[in-house]
Ligand binder design. Structure first.
Ligand code: SAH
Length: 456
């Protein structure tokens, strides 16, 4: 039977794609069906055809998989944020482990019997774990001000103020801002016309300190009766910093570069382990602080430090891992390309009285060779935590030249991790241990730490 566009058909979901869609097969043709779970028997409607595979829309679940659960969020299917809300949490963890192991074997060419693949570190409570939220503002059909989320892959705003991954304070803050907008007749930003004032609000919370930050992103420089808005926001427990961010460009980028402080010190602070961090509206900071502490603790364990080691932390961001490592190393050098992040890293070192660190600003693949030539730099251990695209080839090359005893690779992209491990293994290293940490429950992303050791 040939399936045409908009036909419905029945199929069993046999697998999951890397981006969290269910995968089914009919007569050798592969169907990707969002919102389904491996094991489901579903009725689906054909939407889009490619040569060897197609996309279909879930219409009805005929027989649910054992791994299926009722999505807790009413917007789960429309919102672009969560891909796995219909999957039990334990099944998500297994899905992520499998995805990483598959990459290591298929792309990395590793033999799974030759290293220790340790059980994934999951979350104790997979809800309300995000310390950061960015809500776009808009209007609904009736012209009312709404805040919410973008629907997957579009810029349509879905009204949804209580994201279950975010903190409960988000709703209260949004209500205060909406109230002020209504009272002062402030218009939300309209992307198509490039008109209106309020584009987004960025909210951050220090989980250990309870401190709250609100930063309104404006298509403008000020907000009518800002004092009244500040007074209303300050009634919320924990409110610490209120600021404006100026973004008058026609762009998808949420934040502009210019900040205007309205109230408070312009930043909040939080702890990971014993290290205190200053977080400003523009700083990068991990969004899941509870799991981040577990991730860094794991990286520290894999680094095997005794206090005598010289360590390089490449792609160090605001120095989070560097400062964590510095507690047990002789000296840590961090390298990071974003100047503001390097500034934050130095400030964080000072804030914690940590003196055995130094930060370099620049690309890892340029700083390393430069320092190697100039100062014959040396490393006992090298830690890398690159963005999803992985390490630059020149960077891997330098790491091999520096020939550290151990390499700890922290990765948010299993495919590039596997690709880079293959290079390092080809250069005289062997993978000893690998462990995943789940930082993004209900989403498909997973963090992995790998330990490599130099062959004798
Ligand atoms: N280790 C940090 C940040 C990891 S995110 C933490 O855990 O918080 C990856 C970082 O790599 C980002 O801060 C990004 O700015 C930086 N980066 C990207 N390309 C780089 C390069 N070529 N050289 C150095 N840093 C780079």
């Amino acid at each position: 039977m040939e399936i045409r566009k908009n036909d419905t058909f029945t199929v069993r979901i046999e697998d999951m794609s890397e981006d969290g869609a269910g995968v089914g097969r009919l007569d050798g043709y592969i169907w990707f069906i969002k919102d389904t779970v491996c094991g489901d028997l579903v009725e689906a409607k054909a939407i889009k055809f490619k040569k060897t595979y197609g996309f279909a829309r879930l219409m009805r679940i005929l027989m649910p998989s054992e791994d299926r659960t009722e999505p807790a969020c009413p917007a789960a299917r429309q919102c672009g944020g969560c891909q796995l809300q219909a999957m039990r949490y334990e099944a998500q963890l297994a899905f992520k482990e499998k995805k990483v192991l598959n990459s290591l074997v298929r792309i990395g060419g590793l033999d799974s019997g030759t290293f220790l693949f340790e059980p994934i570190i999951g979350m104790e409570n997979p809800w309300r774990y995000r310390n950061k939220a960015q809500f776009p503002f808009g209007q609904n059909k009736d012209g009312e001000i709404i805040a919410g989320f973008y629907a997957g892959r579009t810029h349509t705003i879905i009204e949804q103020e209580d994201c279950l991954l975010g903190v409960e304070e988000n709703q209260k803050i949004l209500a205060v801002i909406r109230g002020h907008m209504k009272k002062m007749q402030i218009k939300p930003y309209d992307e198509e016309r490039h008109q209106g004032l309020i584009r987004h609000v960025l909210i951050r919370k220090g989980f250990r300190t309870g401190e709250l930050m609100v930063c309104l992103v404006l298509n403008g420089r000020n907000i009518p009766r800002a004092g009244e808005l500040v007074d209303a926001l300050c009634k919320l427990k924990g409110m610490t910093s209120i600021s404006l961010n100026v973004n008058m460009e026609k762009t998808n980028v949420i934040m502009g570069r210019e900040l205007v402080n309205l109230w408070g010190p312009g930043c909040i602070t939080d702890y990971i382990g014993r290290i205190r961090y200053r977080i400003s509206p523009l700083s990068f900071y991990q969004v899941n602080p509870v799991q981040t502490e577990k991730l860094y603790t794991l990286a520290l364990e894999y680094a095997g430090l005794t206090g005598e080691e010289t360590v390089w932390d490449l792609y160090c961001g605001i120095g989070t891992i560097s400062l964590f490592l510095a507690q047990r190393a002789k000296f840590v050098y961090g390298v990071e390309v974003v100047p503001e992040a390097v500034g934050d890293a130095r400030e964080n070192a000072r804030l914690n009285g940590i003196k055995n660190v130094e930060f370099f600003e620049g690309r890892a693949e340029e700083i390393l060779p430069e320092q190697y030539k100039k100062n014959q730099i040396y490393a006992d251990v090298i830690v890398v935590d690159p963005p999803r695209k992985g390490c630059d080839a020149a960077c891997l090359d330098m790491i091999l030249k520096m020939s550290p005893k151990r390499i700890v690779y922290v990765s948010c992209g299993p495919a590039t991790l596997a690709r880079d491990l293959r290079v390092l293994c080809g250069g005289g290293y062997e993978v000893k241990r690998v462990r995943c940490v789940d930082m993004f429950a209900w989403g498909v992303h997973v963090e992995t730490v790998a330990l490599l050791s130099k062959l004798d």
